[in-house]
Design a protein around this ligand. Structure first.
Ligand code: GDP
Ligand code: MG
Length: 172
């Protein structure tokens, strides 16, 4: 099977580990050590093809400028998260995108899906959705709102990443 590395990125606390566990095990973890970076290997079948996926649940963004650039560069594709109730997580996601672009030979062809996580906390929304939609259309990335807690659009978001891979890196 073709191998593919998907990096789950975003500020500390946006739900990277929760999204990853929800996708892999269909449950919402009670607690996940925010400092631990985990790698998982799984299979995803997408449009008739089976891929061996390595998912890197990145960590360490609390000290944003010390973000481990190595794991950022490693990704073939990215699930980029912010949390809809945290404006700073949205601003940091845009900085993160810039960092990833700097690592890439073809910065305009990065398979990435942007997710506004914690959709279940809609009443505490801080991030205006219009701004996200405009930004995402500029960078050519799909955008969706997810909830690792309820499971909303979690599978869809990973499959959207696969679709971006198919569109942008068809040789994989
Ligand atoms: P990470 O640092 O990005 O890996 O974030 P975690 O997955 O550890 O989640 C940080 C906190 O947000 C934890 O308390 C999670 O239970 C919570 N959390 C994660 N996803 C959601 C979600 O979709 N909805 C709500 N309400 N809380 C969430
Ligand atoms: Mg985590």
């Amino acid at each position: 099977n073709p191998r593919l590395c998907v990096c789950v990125v975003g500020s500390g606390g946006v739900g990277k580990s929760s999204m990853t566990i929800r996708f892999l095990e269909d449950r919402f973890p009670e607690y996940y050590d925010p400092t631990v970076e985990e790698k998982y290997v799984t299979e995803i079948s997408h449009s008739g093809k089976v891929f061996d996926i390595e998912i890197i649940d990145t960590a360490g963004q609390e000290e944003f400028f010390k973000y481990r650039d190595s794991s950022l560069a490693e990704g073939d594709a990215y699930l980029a998260l912010y949390s809809i109730n945290s404006l700073s997580s949205w601003l940091e996601l845009k900085e993160l995108r810039k960092k990833i672009e700097q690592e890439k030979e073809h910065p305009d062809e990065i398979p990435m899906v942007v997710c506004g996580n914690k959709k279940d906390l809609d009443e505490y929304r801080e991030v205006p959705v219009d701004e996200v939609i405009e930004y995402c259309s500029k960078i050519g990335s799909p955008f969706m709102e997810t909830s690792a807690k309820t499971g909303l659009c979690v599978r869809d978001s990973f499959h959207a990443v696969m679709e971006q891979v198919k569109l942008l890196t068809p040789h994989l």
